[in-house]
Design a protein around this ligand. Structure first.
Ligand SMILES: [Zn+2]
Ligand SMILES: [Zn+2]
Length: 283
């Protein structure tokens, strides 16, 4: 691995103890890892002791894993018309940001939400206010990264333009960033199968959001079709985005040196190794 490469990694489990995620990451050959901030389908962020946090930071420092990102739980909906869900979503992100600081993780990545029929404008206002609250009430360190979605139904986050509106109205721009999921944007309708398609997509991203805000890639191939709005991940080169497109992506000057997380699990030596495929594409 040269210095001018992506920091590839997997989403790994913390089952057992937080530090076990580092061990799993090392075994899988990760330069970066992503872990859930809590049980993904249950409210509440499990507390970690000072000792557990120390063990995690120490093991990580010795591991060569450069980036650790936390993924928020799936229940988070910052566009929810229901006050109870909205408040729980903010609490969940605030506690995840605090946890990220304890673990020395650089960021928390979250899906932003679903307006459930109340309209895009309602959703975007709600999200922006919610994010501002989260950034005011959490510690000063870790970044909050907003992730693209496949744009299904009444969910928000399928177009860069929507994110542009959120970034414009944030009161803490230095702590807010962007996470691009290759599978999600493809399903949302961005055709990234060719170099020209990838360049057009990045230029669109740059116009609405700013490439400097892009801090993390979720590097997944897509089982679903272009514009299908279906979020179905596939192994790199096995889906509809194609190996050649990923070759262009991993060598793209605007994307090099980013952490890039493959989200289909790698648990055993015999499993499909997305990181090996991605590294073989680097020039
Ligand atoms: Zn993702
Ligand atoms: Zn996904």
């Amino acid at each position: 691995m040269g210095f001018d490469t992506m920091y590839f990694g997997y989403h790994v489990s913390t089952e057992g103890s937080p530090v076990s995620a580092i061990k799993r990451g090392v075994e899988a050959g990760c330069d970066s890892i992503q872990i859930f901030s809590g049980s993904p389908r249950r409210w509440g962020t499990p507390e970690i002791s000072g000792e557990e946090a120390l063990a995690f930071r120490k093991s990580r420092a010795e591991s060569g894993i450069r980036f650790v990102a936390l993924h928020s739980i799936y229940l988070v909906n910052l566009a929810s018309p229901e006050d109870s869900i909205y408040k729980r979503s903010m609490s969940s992100i605030i506690s995840a940001l605090d946890k990220a600081d304890e673990l020395d993780a650089f960021a928390v990545v979250t899906h932003i939400g679903n307006h459930k029929g109340r309209g895009e404008e309602f959703g975007l206002e709600r999200i922006t206010a919610g994010i501002n609250t989260c950034l005011e009430k959490s510690s000063e360190k870790s970044l909050l990264l907003l992730e693209t979605t496949a744009g299904a139904g009444t969910s928000i986050g399928g177009s860069f333009e929507q994110f542009g509106k959120i970034f414009e109205s944030t009161n803490r721009p230095e702590r807010l960033g962007f996470c691009l999921d290759t599978c999600h944007i493809f399903a949302a309708g961005y055709d990234i199968r060719t170099p020209s398609g990838i360049d057009a997509t990045l230029s669109d991203l740059d116009g609405f959001i700013g490439l400097e805000r892009l801090k993390l890639l979720h590097i997944n191939d897509a089982k679903s079709d272009l514009g299908s709005h279906a979020d179905r991940h596939e192994h790199i080169g096995e889906g509809n985005i194609s190996l050649e497109a990923f070759r262009y992506i991993v060598n793209h000057p605007a994307l090099r040196e980013l952490p890039a997380i493959a989200e289909l699990p790698y648990e055993n030596a015999g499993d499909f190794d997305d990181l090996a495929v991605l590294r073989s594409l680097e020039e």
